[in-house]
Design a protein around this ligand. Structure first.
Ligand code: G4P
Ligand code: NA
Ligand code: NA
Length: 190
């Protein structure tokens, strides 16, 4: 998505060879017009798949997942992150490590909001190692719902997440693929 790449070049801050700060458009501030445009693109990519729910993980994925769900005219469900899990018999939970944050979190979706009849489109902001994404995919699989695909705004091609998820047979579409952040430069794939 050319508009998104332009905005990443204008507003992204290369912190290191591994980390690109995107607070101006994804992780702190949200541009509604750009976000709705991204939602339209995901809706176009996954049209005709019979999606019944969009899911994401709180918090940075919510805006673009909302935009996608709005376009597809289906509900958005965001997995909650809980520091301590209260016993909820209706919840599907997974423990996910975050290498960048150095912590472990539990993510959960209540069975009330995901059912075996669902066709799920999973939307997320950034895929790096993919731990959170693999955790949410496990929850979707355990629910009995069908995962039609995963749409991510930014794919860091030099980290293993996207590749390992595609190797599981999941269709993964990204709007911007970052090949390298070496020498303080943002280099896109293709
Ligand atoms: P994962 O999201 O692929 O599982 O990877 P990882 O554990 O490495 O990432 C932890 C968090 O850091 C994730 O946000 C992820 O989106 C974010 N992240 C990883 N690399 C980058 C990067 O280069 N730039 C930015 N801006 N973020 C990055 P999260 O914990 O899911 O949280 P939140 O953003 O929803 O609060
Ligand atoms: Na994030
Ligand atoms: Na996220």
């Amino acid at each position: 998505m050319e508009l998104l790449k332009k905005r990443i070049l204008e507003e992204g801050v290369v912190i290191s060879d591994q980390v690109l700060k995107l607070d101006g458009l994804l992780n702190h501030q949200v541009d509604p017009e750009l976000t709705m445009e991204m939602g339209r693109e995901f809706a176009r990519l996954f049209a005709d798949q019979g999606v019944t729910r969009v899911v994401t993980v709180e918090s940075s994925g919510i805006a673009v997942a909302f935009a996608t769900a709005y376009e597809l005219k289906v509900p958005l469900v965001f997995a909650r992150r809980k520091k301590t899990l209260l016993a909820d018999p209706d919840a599907l939970c997974e423990r996910v490590p975050s290498f960048t944050k150095g912590i472990v979190t539990d993510i959960m979706i209540s069975r009330q909001y995901i059912s075996p009849d669902d066709k799920i489109l999973f939307i997320d902001d950034i895929i790096a190692n993919g731990d959170a994404a693999r955790g949410l995919i496990k929850i979707i699989n355990r629910s009995g719902a069908e995962l039609v695909g995963l749409g991510v705004v930014v794919e860091k091609c030099f980290e293993a997440g996207a590749r390992t998820i595609r190797e599981q047979g999941v269709r993964l579409e990204s709007l911007a693929k970052i090949k390298s952040l070496a020498d303080g430069r943002i280099e896109f794939e293709e």
